[in-house]
Design a protein around this ligand. Structure first.
Ligand SMILES: CC(C)(COP(=O)(O)OP(=O)(O)OC[C@H]1O[C@@H](n2cnc3c(N)ncnc32)[C@H](O)[C@@H]1OP(=O)(O)O)[C@@H](O)C(=O)NCCC(=O)NCCS
Length: 135
């Protein structure tokens, strides 16, 4: 396996390449490259995994920096799964969220998140204001 490095900032990220990779790996949710950049730059913490110059993983956290945080965009490229990449990305994010209540909205990948210490919650509500991404 080629070496994987992890960066916790947005400098040098090719957002069009990220979009293309997510489309190819079937994990794009219709954001434009500019919207991906805004999502990541407006986050409290980000982690991007890189291998041979290509983005192979992402994770980011929204947070008030005090008590509440929310995890989104956790993804490892299909070809590199089960090698600890998402665990490492989540570790780097969670390390910046000490003392905070960290939320997650998913019923996918429960075993992965359980392994990190997350526990299911019985309640939750959500709303998309207007249409998705305003499109
Ligand atoms: C979920 C995801 C991010 C995990 O990435 P990853 O880099 O493969 O995760 P890791 O290698 O760090 O996995 C750590 C552990 O989590 C558990 N795990 C990870 N993927 C799993 C799967 N598909 N089924 C069961 N357990 C899984 C295993 O215990 C694994 O340890 P092991 O490989 O030693 O058994 C990746 O499968 C992915 O990108 N999926 C598609 C996108 C997605 O669903 N993201 C989450 C949306 S909320």
């Amino acid at each position: 396996m080629a070496a994987v490095s992890y960066q916790v900032h947005c400098d040098g990220i090719d957002w069009a390449a990220l979009k293309a990779t997510l489309v190819e790996d079937d994990f794009d949710n219709e954001r434009t490259p500019q919207e991906y950049e805004a999502s990541f730059r407006n986050s409290h913490s980000v982690c991007v995994a890189l291998s041979e110059g290509r983005i192979v993983g992402t994770a980011r956290a929204l947070s008030d920096g005090v008590c509440n945080a929310y995890i989104v965009d956790v993804w490892t490229h299909s070809s590199l799964r089960r090698q600890g990449i998402a665990t490492r990305m989540m570790g780097l994010l969670l390390g910046r969220l000490q003392g905070q209540h960290v939320y997650l909205f998913t019923d996918d990948q429960v075993e992965f998140y359980r392994g990190l210490g997350f526990r299911p919650q019985a309640i939750g509500m959500s709303l998309v204001v207007g249409s998705w991404l305003g499109h």
